[in-house]
Design a protein around this ligand. Structure first.
Ligand code: NAP
Length: 270
């Protein structure tokens, strides 16, 4: 599995399994299956209410803890110092793990000073409970603010990113600050499967449009975390490391004119 070096010094696998909306046995089985098929990175969050099943799936796959990269996120209403520490502990207990590879602020919260949240993140890193820290759903201005307010390096910004939401400016800001961008909803939840440009390119490279959409992200230097529940989908999404898109194909996708943001909850500021 291809991986990317983070500012913290740790490596992050370029493809992970998203688990939002995966619950119960379905979640446990998808996580186990993904690891058996070669995934080495699982994305969850406290708010997904599935961390116990994620932990069980990882255990059942019988992989050593150091060989799997686990990301979780502290919820936006819990960004005060003590709340962060408490929620991280709950997450570790639910996953039945000693540490997280990556811990993210799930959404910004304008009512809590970022410095306070990052102080808690620093303590978690010092205690060995978290290896790398990051942010999620931060726009370019907030990325710069976060960088100023954290005493330890911010490794990742996880945002919605797909062929229908090519956030080039945000990507540039993150790259300039040494922050890796993880693309969530990388398949635009299936909305881009019928896209004529992706279909044309998928015929040229003899792949599925979804595989082309994921490959495009990887070649742009992003990490992608598609969610899938069936073995067929989990397997298909991983088969993106044995072909390459040409610069013309990359540019054709860069220039897709559709702009569609799928995640824009009411509590968000943007
Ligand atoms: P997504 O990964 O773009 O799309 C998931 C959907 O695509 C599911 O309905 C899945 O169906 C389907 N699918 C997956 N692979 C397929 C394939 N090969 N062929 C056909 N259909 C396929 O959307 P997402 O779940 O919104 O995003 C992925 C992950 O990002 C989440 O699970 C979560 O971990 C993370 N995320 C983070 C945030 C945040 O605020 N940080 C927000 C949203 C999402 P099946 O399940 O039936 O396979």
């Amino acid at each position: 599995m291809q991986s990317i070096k983070l500012k913290s010094g740790f490596e992050m696998p370029a493809l992970g399994l998203g688990t939002w909306q995966l619950k119960g046995d379905k979640c446990r089985e998808a996580v186990k299956k993904a690891i058996e098929l070669g995934y080495r990175h699982i994305d969850t969050a406290w708010i997904y209410d599935n961390q116990e099943e994620v932990g069980k799936g990882i255990k059942e796959a019988k992989i050593k803890r150091e060989n799997i990269f686990v990301t979780s996120k502290v919820w936006t209403e819990n960004l005060r110092y003590e709340d962060v520490l408490r929620q991280c502990q709950e997450t570790l207990e639910q996953l039945d793990m000693d540490y997280l590879d990556l811990y993210l602020i799930h959404w910004p919260n304008k009512d809590v000073n970022l410095s306070e949240t990052f102080r808690a993140f620093k303590k978690l890193v010092q205690e060995g409970k978290v290896k790398s820290i990051g942010i999620s759903n931060f726009n370019a201005a907030r990325v710069k603010e976060a960088k100023e307010k954290s005493e330890i390096p911010i490794s990742v910004n996880q945002v919605e990113y797909h062929a229908y939401l090519n956030q080039e400016n945000l990507l540039k800001t993150c790259k300039e600050n040494g922050i890796v961008v993880t693309a969530y909803s990388p398949l635009a939840r299936g909305e881009l499967f019928d896209d004529p440009i992706l279909i044309k390119i998928s015929n040229e490279v003899d792949r599925k449009p979804g595989q082309v959409a994921l490959r495009w992200l990887i070649q742009k230097g992003l990490v992608a975390i598609p969610k899938a529940s069936s073995e067929k989908h989990i397997k298909e999404n991983k088969e993106i490391f044995d072909f390459e898109l040409s610069s013309r194909q990359m540019n054709d996708i860069n220039n897709i004119q559709v702009r569609k943001r799928l995640v824009n909850p009411g509590f968000s500021e943007f």
